[in-house]
Design a protein around this ligand. Structure first.
Ligand SMILES: [Zn+2]
Length: 105
C-alpha cells in the first residue's frame, strides 16, 4: 500500500502540518483572528489525526523516516499513527526490507 504510493511520498517535500482552528461560535465578525487550537499530521495510512504535542511521547504518532537502505531508492518520510506503524513496517518486511527506521518530529 505504501509501496504503491512510493512515488508520491518520494516527491513531496515535507509532511504537511495541518492546523485546527478554534471555532468562533456563531458570531460572524470579520476581524476575529483565527486562533490555532492545535497542529496535526494526517496519518498516511488510515488518515487519522495525529496531534502534535509538546511532549512527543504523548503523541499518537509522528513522522517516520524510512531510510534509503529500506526503500532501496530514496528515503521517504511518512506520517504514521502508532496503530499503523507496525502495519507499515510489516509491509516493508514482506518485501524483504529491513525494519530500520527512525522517528522525527
Ligand atoms: Zn494510522
Amino acid at each position: 500500500m505504501i509501496a504503491n504510493k512510493y512515488q508520491y511520498f518520494a516527491t513531496r517535500q515535507e509532511v504537511e502540518k495541518h492546523k485546527k482552528y478554534i471555532q468562533e461560535g456563531a458570531t460572524h465578525l470579520t476581524n476575529t483572528k483565527k486562533q490555532v487550537e492545535y497542529e496535526y499530521y494526517v496519518c498516511d495510512f488510515c488518515k487519522s489525526e495525529i496531534r502534535i504535542k509538546k511532549k512527543h511521547y504523548e503523541q499518537s504518532g509522528g513522522i517516520v523516516v524510512i531510510p534509503a537502505i529500506v526503500t532501496k531508492k530514496k528515503e521517504i518520510k511518512l506520517a504514521l499513527c502508532n496503530g499503523c506503524l507496525n502495519k507499515v513496517l510489516a509491509e516493508f518486511d514482506e518485501k524483504g526490507w529491513c525494519s530500520e527506521y527512525s522517528w522525527t518530529y
